[in-house]
Design a protein around this ligand. Structure first.
Ligand SMILES: Cc1cc2nc3c(=O)[nH]c(=O)nc-3n(C[C@H](O)[C@H](O)[C@H](O)COP(=O)(O)O)c2cc1C
Length: 141
């Protein structure tokens, strides 16, 4: 199962292509104060701790969480989801997008933190839209 948060749509593209490649469904996490305004959305997420409207029902053993990097970490909705959903018996992979052209630095920063979920961490620069298909292939291969 693919679970994602996306404000501007870049991560949504990744999540939907990944779900397609896996033959899986994609569930969108929506912040409670959902706003298309970046500053408002980020501020609301900070105030609400990344609270989301609805949590998905998870039946699969393997999850792919797709989210943008905000201030060096997966956006706060991911932490909220991981706290509320019981994922202790699941393998959780992270597919993250960022604006930085050096996404590798986020992989090394986050890998240790996210290792406890048993999966892998990928970070892709979302500015490079021509690379989405190849990037998604590298995740599923
Ligand atoms: C509040 C906020 C903080 C961000 N912080 C970072 C950051 O620390 N590093 C980075 O490379 N990109 C950062 N970005 C850019 C996003 O990670 C990037 O544009 C992402 O691909 C957007 O995904 P989306 O279109 O699915 O929302 C930030 C964006 C927002 C809105």
């Amino acid at each position: 199962m693919v679970i994602y948060y996306s404000l501007g749509g870049k991560t949504k593209t990744y999540a939907e292509k990944l779900a397609g490649a896996l033959g899986d469904k994609a569930f969108r996490l929506e912040g409670v104060g959902k706003s298309k305004n970046v500053v408002l959305a980020a501020f609301t997420a900070l105030v609400t701790g990344g609270k989301v409207k609805t949590l998905p029902v998870i039946e699969e053993d393997t999850l792919y969480i797709c989210a943008p990097i905000w201030a060096g970490k997966p956006s706060p909705f991911v932490a909220y989801f991981l706290k509320k959903a019981n994922v202790s018996d699941k393998k959780v992979h992270f597919v993250l997008t960022c604006a930085d052209t050096d996404p590798a630095k986020y992989v090394s920063n986050l890998e240790d933190d996210l290792a406890k979920y048993g999966g892998k961490v990928w970070v892709f620069c979302s500015q490079d839209e021509g690379a989405v298909d190849a990037n998604v292939r590298s995740v599923v291969s």
